[in-house]
Design a protein around this ligand. Structure first.
Ligand code: FE2
Ligand code: FE2
Length: 295
């Protein structure tokens, strides 16, 4: 393919992607409102509970999750109000947002991306992110549930490619493999935009909070973020760990130099990595339960 033709094709695909994102549904009103409630310092647990109770499906998911082994809370929780108090605002936001996004893309045809594989990767990344944050709890100020939610959503741009420029995305994946370049570079080359940039457009469209937006945009290039460096580096590391655990989508998504940089930023020693990996392996089993309830 000559370069003129390549750029014309990628421009056309780029336009197709952007147009389709414009037509993407908004987040459900309850979820958008919940994000605002969680972000406002004046909100109470009661405000969040009242909002969730307006949606019976969300209410039932919330209560089932609060009682699941995934959260491991020793007492039984029977109301949304208790679930909000016990799980905390960020967990509630994380659950509502995850459920909405999973539902929104539930009809996506799995021709390039295997959807089960996609969500398994996302949930493994989310659990890894939460595990890393907990490991560094005493030295770094991050919220484990924000990291969890960022992990769930980090690759959402790939679902957009899969849904709207299916052939182009298949070509990008094959091109990356054949030419031994990263998938992100191949996306940019073949589709004119990569899934991290798609993340920025979606974050903007859905008015996602900054921690999520930055995680979507910078999870492959944490060094480029002008703030929230610890969080985006954590999501990056979590993503790499999910791949190393065999829960990746493509083998050439990461290279070793990125891995080394990440370890340097987080000052991750071998024994930290070993502990995080062990804890992650134990928790990944529970991810199936999370997905079953939220789906
Ligand atoms: Fe990614
Ligand atoms: Fe990923």
């Amino acid at each position: 393919m000559n370069s003129k033709k390549t750029s014309a094709v990628s421009r056309e695909r780029y336009n197709q992607v952007i147009e389709n994102i414009d037509n993407l549904p908004s987040l459900p009103a309850i979820v958008s409102r919940l994000i605002q409630v969680v972000n406002s310092p004046d909100s109470s647990a009661d405000d969040a509970a009242k909002l969730i109770e307006r949606d019976p499906a969300l209410t039932s998911k919330m209560i089932r999750l609060a009682n699941s082994a995934f959260y491991g809370i020793p007492r039984s929780i029977s109301s949304v109000a208790s679930a909000v108090v016990i799980l905390g605002f960020n967990t509630i936001r994380s659950l509502a947002l995850s459920a909405a996004v999973i539902k929104m893309f539930s009809s996506v045809h799995s021709s390039v991306i295997d959807k089960d594989c996609f969500w398994k990767h996302s949930i493994t990344c989310a659990i890894a992110a939460k595990t890393i944050v907990r490991h560094f709890m005493n030295v770094r100020m991050m919220d484990p549930e924000s990291a969890f939610c960022a992990g769930i959503l980090h690759d959402i741009g790939k679902l957009i490619f899969n849904e709207y420029v299916n052939d182009g995305y298949r070509e990008a994946c094959q091109y990356a493999s054949a030419n031994k370049i990263s998938l992100l570079e191949a996306e940019k080359l073949i589709l004119g935009i990569d899934h991290a940039e798609i993340g920025r457009i979606i974050a903007d469209k859905w008015a996602l909070p900054l921690d999520l937006e930055y995680s979507l945009v910078y999870h492959h290039r944490p060094q480029d973020a002008d703030k929230l460096n610890d969080l985006v580096t954590t999501i990056h590391l979590a993503d790499v760990m999910a791949h190393r655990l065999g829960c990746g989508l493509w083998e050439n998504e990461y290279f070793n130099d990125e891995w080394k940089n990440t370890r340097t930023v987080l000052q991750l020693r071998d024994d930290d990595y070993k502990k995080i990996s062990e804890s992650l392996a134990e928790n990944v089993e529970k991810s199936i339960e999370f997905f079953t309830i939220i789906n």
